[in-house]
Design a protein. Structure first.
Length: 607
């Protein structure tokens, strides 16, 4: 067993006893003989969207057509799903695979490792699923590589929920794997596993290359500073590249094996410790140093939200402005660069961005300020009809916006008006009404289990959403799938949208519950009930003509349902919310038809 100092439960398992190498790259090393791959349990479970890196010293003793250095998969005779670092005639290659070779990304060095010499090999991957996100270093220098394949379109791990077999056979190994050619007669030393990408400076330090910072510091101390990005602390003194003792040189892994053997280490992707004032000063004064630090997320966010970086605030307020007006101050929210549109009101955009940042990035405050502004409160009907011809997109904000509500907003509006809306924040996803058998009919081979109780009435933000299958009542209103990121939705007007508002169980239930609500509040006054429903859905009181139309609709449906009482009772069974037994079913059903008419009104569907 090779001891993992950080977590003994993750110590490496050896099939046979390893022979030591007295003169390794740093102290003693071990010799891989061809039948002794090292299995490291509960580590290396990286996905195609994870960043990770490996570094190891190798001393090949003989030429082999293929030799596995690092691998995580079921074995060499499998479809290859996983990742690997291999030597092919001592030429290193690095790959992530769904299946070999049609669905993988792979790079291969243009030079080979020399025989009977110690060479440092490091590979790093940024989680992009592209070959350009893979890098290889040999002896601390960025290696020239060729892209063998660049076509990874699926996952690299096996999942039980997808019906994959052999999940328990996946192994994270060093020096070989089942049914594949292992390292043979090859020395191995200083093996590190990182749960993040590593910088070129860190690779140089791992390879023992002296670094020269711009401050003029050199030697072991400077090298250790390069590794302060890793949250690791070594437990022993190791020998540095200059031959002297170097404390802390192992500060780039989470764990090490017993002294005298090769170390394997793993970083967990934790945020780096805070640097001292000197380091911060150097980063501020030296763009090169600052650029290296920006590779860490903990170093990146202060830059993004700083007053010297206005882009994030501008993009954020432009997106929120677009939600209210249908068009952003910059008409291309997906592109603020040279190919994007110039802002129609640059001073307003800058003022909103500065105000947003200075008030603690308070989204509610920004929304309240826009909603209460005179610009948003304008009438959507232009005073001069020529405005529609001169500025059809309302770019110059000479009139109020007319924006069709998104599917989520329409659903939440119906729930809120009816009183069914559950205003609870946080928690797991919920499963509201969906058509029966939609998952099976879509080829998912799964059953949709509907939520009960308040899960049916929570805001649409919490609706469970499969990446390739949007809820139909949202997709009808142009909700995109989650396969791609979109900065703005297309707005269409189709008959299907009217059918959703008329027949979808969520809306029908909201209509009958809202009808019961207004009847209870108004008593026997039908005019007051119609006016209350109008106000709840359209945000204003009806005119005399509109009130007359509503009463006419109510009277006609009341006559129908009083003579077809079974239809009224059947209508009130829509949804799980219990009907009010104290109200006349025919009257509630008739008022629900009025509510249905209002819910499809142009002023209810558009902002």
């Amino acid at each position: 067993m090779l001891l993992n100092r950080e977590d003994k439960a993750k110590s490496a398992r050896l099939r046979v006893k390893l022979d030591p190498v007295e003169k390794g790259a740093r102290g003693k090393a071990m010799l891989m003989k061809g039948d002794d791959e090292i299995n490291i349990p509960r580590m290396g479970d990286f996905k195609e969207y994870d960043a990770f890196s490996f570094a190891v010293w190798l001393q090949p003793g003989e030429t082999r057509d293929r030799a596995t250095v690092v691998a995580c998969s079921r074995g060499g005779n499998d479809d290859g799903r996983g990742y690997e670092v291999v030597l092919e005639n001592e030429v290193p290659s690095f790959a992530l695979m769904h299946f070999f070779p049609g669905n993988e990304i792979r790079i291969r060095a243009r030079t080979s490792l020399p025989l009977n010499q110690w060479s440092h090999l490091a590979v790093t991957y940024d989680g992009s699923s592209r070959a350009e996100g893979m890098k290889m270093y040999i002896n601390g220098e960025l290696a020239s590589v060729e892209v063998v394949h660049d076509h990874l379109k699926r996952d690299i791990s096996r999942r039980e929920e997808w019906g994959d077999i052999g999940i328990d056979q996946v192994r994270f190994t060093l020096g070989g794997r089942e049914h594949d050619s292992p390292l043979k007669n090859c020395g191995v030393d200083e093996y590190y596993v990182f749960g993040r990408g590593i910088s070129a400076g860190e690779v140089k330090n791992l390879a023992g290359v002296l670094l020269k910072l711009r401050t003029g510091w050199t030697g072991a101390g400077a090298q250790t500073r390069w590794l302060e990005d890793g949250p690791i602390r070594a437990e022993e003194t190791t020998r540095g590249p200059d031959g002297g003792d170097q404390r802390g040189a192992g500060d780039h892994g989470d764990a090490g094996v017993a002294r005298g053997s090769a170390r394997f280490c793993a970083t967990k992707g934790r945020p780096p410790p805070e640097r001292g004032a000197g380091a911060a000063g150097r980063a501020a004064a030296d763009p090169a140093v600052a650029g290296r630090g920006a590779a860490q997320p903990a170093r990146l966010w202060p830059v993004l939200v700083s007053p010297q970086h206005p882009l994030v605030a501008r993009v954020a307020v432009n997106r929120i402005w677009q939600m209210f007006f249908g068009r952003g101050l910059v008409g291309t929210p997906e592109d603020f660069g040279t190919r994007g549109e110039l802002p129609s009101h640059p001073e307003l955009l800058d003022w909103l961005a500065c105000d947003f940042r200075e008030h603690g990035w308070d989204v509610k405050r920004l929304c309240r300020m826009i909603a209460l502004s005179g610009t948003f409160g304008q009438s959507a009907i232009p005073g001069d009809p020529m405005q529609l011809t001169a500025d059809p997109a309302n770019k110059w904000l000479a009139r109020g916006p007319v924006v069709r509500l998104a599917g989520e907003e329409l659903r939440d509006q119906a729930l809120a008006a009816s009183g069914l809306f559950v205003d609870k924040v946080g928690g797991p996803s919920v499963y509201p009404y969906l058509p029966l058998g939609i998952y099976r009919d879509s080829g998912l081979q799964q059953n949709y289990v509907e939520s009960q109780g308040e899960g049916l009435y929570r805001r649409s933000l919490y609706t469970f959403w499969r990446r390739t299958l949007a809820p139909p009542n949202l997709a009808a209103f142009d909700a995109p799938t989650r396969e791609f990121c979109v900065m703005r939705r297309e707005k269409t007007s189709t008959p299907v949208q009217a059918l959703v508002l008329l027949n979808d169980p969520q809306y029908v239930e909201a209509q009958r519950v809202l009808a019961a609500r207004v009847l209870k509040e108004a008593g026997d006054d039908d005019a007051a009930a119609c006016a209350t429903a109008f106000r709840l859905l359209l945000g204003r009181l009806p005119t005399g003509q509109e009130q007359a139309v509503l009463l006419c609709v109510l009277g006609g449906h009341s006559d129908h349902y009083r003579t077809h009482l079974d239809e009224a009772r059947a209508f009130l069974q829509n949804g799980h919310h219990a009907a009010d037994e104290h109200l006349e079913p025919a009257r509630v059903a008739a008022m629900a038809m009025v509510v249905r008419t209002l819910m499809s009104h142009v002023e209810a569907v558009n902002r």
